[in-house]
Design a protein around this ligand. Structure first.
Ligand code: NI
Length: 206
């Protein structure tokens, strides 16, 4: 029988390509994407030790039995952070307007730029937003630990001649339930009413 070598080689190449493709498709997702704890919940959140915008040290236990809306950002952010804080403010105001009891919900704005965002700076900055939002800052290491617990990415940009710099960071609003576990998250694309509805749904049903 005459064997067409080229056809065999083509067959082997195609076969290997399929194996590689299948291999990628079934590759277990990385820890970051699907990490869950033993109760099947996404493991986002954890303990932290930070200073609030009134100068009081705060940890996760201070918000025990509270739902927490958690957002990481920085006060010098030129665009995304103020917009997101404005959205959170509008969502909270909408819920208040609807008569939803928000006494069990604590919103936290955690800086990822502790070098500039001192408690005093946070205090001043947060006057622009909903009065229930609590700002948290701390040492570089304390902030790093909190960001790691929430799987928040951030990176300090190049310092300019005038000493200013930008922070690159992920912008996700986390809603944590009364046990301090992840319940839901919102992305910067979502409208205030969607955030309000999501909060209401968790407060009503969780
Ligand atoms: Ni920002």
């Amino acid at each position: 029988m005459k064997v067409n070598k080229r056809a065999i080689i083509n067959g082997i190449v195609a076969g290997l390509a399929i194996i590689v493709i299948i291999g990628f498709a079934i590759k277990p997702k990385t820890d970051n994407e699907t990490s869950t704890n033993n109760r099947g919940q996404v493991s986002i959140g954890g303990d932290f030790s930070l200073i609030d915008h009134n100068g009081v040290r705060r940890g996760k236990d201070d918000f025990k039995n509270n739902y927490m809306l958690v957002y990481f950002g920085y006060s010098f952010c030129p665009d995304v952070c103020p917009l997101d804080l404005q959205k959170i403010t509008m969502a909270l105001s909408t819920l208040e307007g609807e008569g939803v009891d928000l006494s069990s919900l604590q919103t936290l704005f955690i800086t990822i730029d502790p070098e500039r965002d001192t408690p005093e700076v946070m205090n001043e900055y947060l006057k622009n937003f909903h009065p229930s939002i609590l700002g948290l800052s701390g040492s570089v290491d304390e902030v790093k630990q909190a960001a790691q617990a929430y799987r928040v990415y951030y990176n300090k940009g190049e310092v300019q001649v005038d000493g200013t710099y930008l922070m690159d960071h992920s912008s996700i609003i986390y809603l944590m339930n009364g046990e301090g576990n992840y319940a839901k998250h919102f992305s910067p694309e979502q409208a205030p009413n969607e955030i309000a509805d999501g909060i209401k749904h968790i407060l009503d049903n969780d």
